[in-house]
Design a protein around this ligand. Structure first.
Ligand SMILES: [Zn+2]
Length: 176
């Protein structure tokens, strides 16, 4: 049996009509590459690579895999932007919204962890990729372990102290 791998380039949609007609346990392998994908208003993933195994399960399709992507993040110490690579594993349930054989609409329970396969039997990996990339972001991004932070921090503090001293001097001068 040859392993059929489907490749998606700058696309996240897989038609799973055939897979939905197959028996439980049937699989497809999908490899996806996206030049870029927005994660929120300011952040985007670049060169996203993902390998996904789609398995026909009783309730629909199980998508399991791993993605890696480059992101530009702001270092919490020095506030400079730097590029880093994120990686995340995922396992997600996709449920069909219509019966693939009869076309009869199916009830998909509302649950944040459930993804819906649309009326055309198209499974969109976009939202899954976005969610996995976002949870894979470092909480405290640091450009390098020994990042010294902002050099001017000390100067600012000194400046602040000088200012306070100046105010104090002024008050003392006006002392009767
Ligand atoms: Zn830094």
């Amino acid at each position: 049996m040859s392993l059929h791998v489907r490749t998606l380039v700058n696309d996240t949609i897989v038609n799973v009509a055939q897979l939905l007609k197959e028996t439980v346990g049937s699989t497809r392998i999908v490899e996806a590459h996206l030049d870029q994908m927005p994660l929120d208003e300011t952040l985007r993933a670049e060169d996203l690579e993902a390998t996904i195994r789609l398995t026909r399960v009783e309730a629909g399709i199980l998508a399991e895999g791993r993605l890696t992507a480059g992101v530009q993040l702001e270092c919490v110490r020095c506030l400079e932007f730097f590029r880093t690579t994120i990686a995340g594993d995922f396992e997600a349930d996709f449920r069909p919204s219509v019966d693939v054989r009869t076309g009869i609409p199916l009830h998909v329970p509302e649950h944040q962890d459930l993804f819906v396969i649309d009326n055309n039997h198209e499974l969109n990996l976009d939202e899954l990729f976005r969610q996995v990339a976002i949870v894979s972001l470092p909480m405290q991004p640091i450009c390098r372990d020994d990042c010294p932070g902002i050099e001017q921090v000390d100067d600012d503090e000194t400046g602040g102290a000088d200012e306070r001293l100046a105010v104090l001097h002024e008050l003392l001068e006006h002392e009767p």
